[in-house]
Design a protein around this ligand. Structure first.
Ligand code: BGP
Length: 465
């Protein structure tokens, strides 16, 4: 069997604006949902007062240090870098008629720097942040108004960057809104199911309108969705547990089903009926939804289990997504269960379901680390983690799955999304930054830096199988 990955397979890393850029108030940028949640995507909303410290305000200062970081990515051999555009850099309040030129100019410089290093950008339109102005004024995605604000933003960037960016994604982990409604759809407080699904509906329409706009304005471009690949196994082989797992998987597959098939699936209509959820869906929404994505992208960190027995659910549920832990798997320091074979299963599952090219745009291991006496970080645990996941991705390719690429999350230490921690480090590159904001921000290479370089250079042949 061929040991290398397909020709043209994209190798690289993935970042998000609010977790790396910093410069939270520079060049006219407006406040975002991320700025208002200094403790992370599950944290409370804090009205920021001058002088209040938040680790994300400066983050790893990618806004000013991107040339150095990109040259390090190029040294590893990246052919692709996933980044996101901070919507509020372009539309500070979200509903302005014209974009902020300074915001457009910064991303121009970023894409030019990538081009100079032959790194292809993969750009997420909205990664866990939206202009706070839209939350205050319209109640976030609860309002239909936000659809046209987003469409204006999307059309602006497609038009402006069409010659520089060919690969696009709409909303990061669109299914996460079920767990973090403020981050996902800009809903404050404790919204009910109807409110959440109505906001999600508006966002799905906006995602499809962005697909349509991309096809019009970037004719040689491709646009995908982005799903949190929350693979769920039955806790036992009891038929009721198997069905519970199927239902749990449908909870997130629903988003992909709409984005790939262009209509609401029957199981979701039943769920709405059974739970008395009545959505306002305009006839024009149904036409909009028919614009389906070109490819499916996903994040994959862990798998979980489901059971039909409520007392077990109460007793066992664990990590941030409330999944039931699998007794056969080990966990990371943060309790995320490590399951490389799950990636092969997931890729096969999505390929069978959609028959569209897939792209793993996030996968990675967060760990607390500090340099040893020689200033080195020997992160063999990270090397093993990635090796084992890539081997399974390669198995899936051999199963017949069309896989476009793999962008590791996050190739450089950054601020974590769930709890805004810098001590949860993912990088091949260490950043000298501590949680209290101290540190020189100096970048240094970990052992995995050189390992990933070899993997890319050999197009996967150097993996341990
Ligand atoms: C995904 C997000 C990322 C990223 C990653 C790791 O859910 O798309 O933004 O942060 O998870 O999560 P965390 O940063 O909480 O460790």
């Amino acid at each position: 069997m061929n040991t290398v990955f397909p020709e043209g397979f994209l190798w690289g890393g993935a970042l998000a604006a609010n977790q790396v850029e910093g410069a939270w108030q520079e060049d006219g940028k407006g406040l975002t949902t991320s700025d208002m949640q200094p403790e992370g995507i599950f944290g409370k909303v804090v009205r920021r007062k001058p002088g209040d410290f938040c680790i994300k305000d400066k983050a790893i200062d990618f806004y000013h240090r991107y040339p150095e970081d990109i040259s390090l990515f190029a040294e590893m051999g990246f052919t692709c870098l996933r980044v996101s555009i901070a919507w509020a850099r372009l539309f500070p309040q979200g509903d302005e008629p014209e974009p902020n030129e300074a915001g457009l100019a910064w991303y121009d410089k970023l894409f030019d720097e990538l081009a100079a290093h032959h790194i292809q950008p993969l750009v997420t339109l909205s990664h866990y942040e939206m202009p706070w102005g839209l939350v205050e004024k319209y109640g976030g995605w609860a309002s239909r108004e936000v659809i046209s604000c987003f469409e204006r933003y999307a059309r602006t960037v497609f038009q402006h960057y069409a010659h520089k960016v060919k690969l696009w994604l709409t909303f990061n982990e669109i299914n996460m809104s079920l767990h973090a409604p403020l981050t996902g759809v800009g809903l404050q407080g404790n919204p009910g199911k109807t409110e959440i699904y109505q906001a999600i509906h508006h966002q799905l329409v906006a995602s499809s309108l962005a697909v349509k706009a991309c096809h019009e304005l970037v004719p040689d471009g491709r646009i995908g969705n982005m799903l949190l690949g929350g693979l769920i196994y039955p806790l036992s082989c009891k038929p009721t547990d198997v069905f519970a797992a199927l239902r749990e998987n449908q909870n997130w597959q629903f988003f992909g089903d709409v984005q790939c098939r262009g209509a609401y699936p029957g199981y979701m209509k039943r769920y709405f009926r059974d739970n008395n959820i009545k959505l306002q869906i305009e006839p024009s929404d149904l036409t909009a939804l028919s614009h389906t994505v070109d490819f499916v992208s996903l994040s994959y960190y862990m798998s979980g289990c489901a059971t039909a027995e409520p007392e077990l659910v109460e007793k066992l549920r664990g990590n941030i997504l409330d999944m039931i832990p699998n007794p056969h798997l080990q966990s990371s320091e943060w309790g995320w269960q490590i399951d490389p074979v799950g990636l092969r299963t997931l890729l096969n599952m999505l390929w069978d379901r959609y028959q569209k090219p897939l792209f793993v745009v996030e996968n990675g291991l967060g760990a607390s680390e500090k340099p040893d006496a020689d200033g080195k970080i020997n992160d063999d645990y990270r090397i093993n983690y990635i090796n084992d996941h890539l081997v399974q991705a390669w198995e899936a390719i051999n199963d017949g799955v069309e896989l476009m690429g793999y962008t590791y999350w996050g190739p450089i230490d950054l601020i974590s999304a769930s709890k805004a921690e810098v001590k949860k480090r993912y990088g091949f590159i260490y950043v000298d930054l501590q949680q209290d904001g101290s540190g020189s921000l100096r970048r240094s290479r970990k052992k995995s830096f050189y390992w990933y370089q070899q993997i890319i250079k050999s197009n996967g042949a150097a993996l341990k199988r």
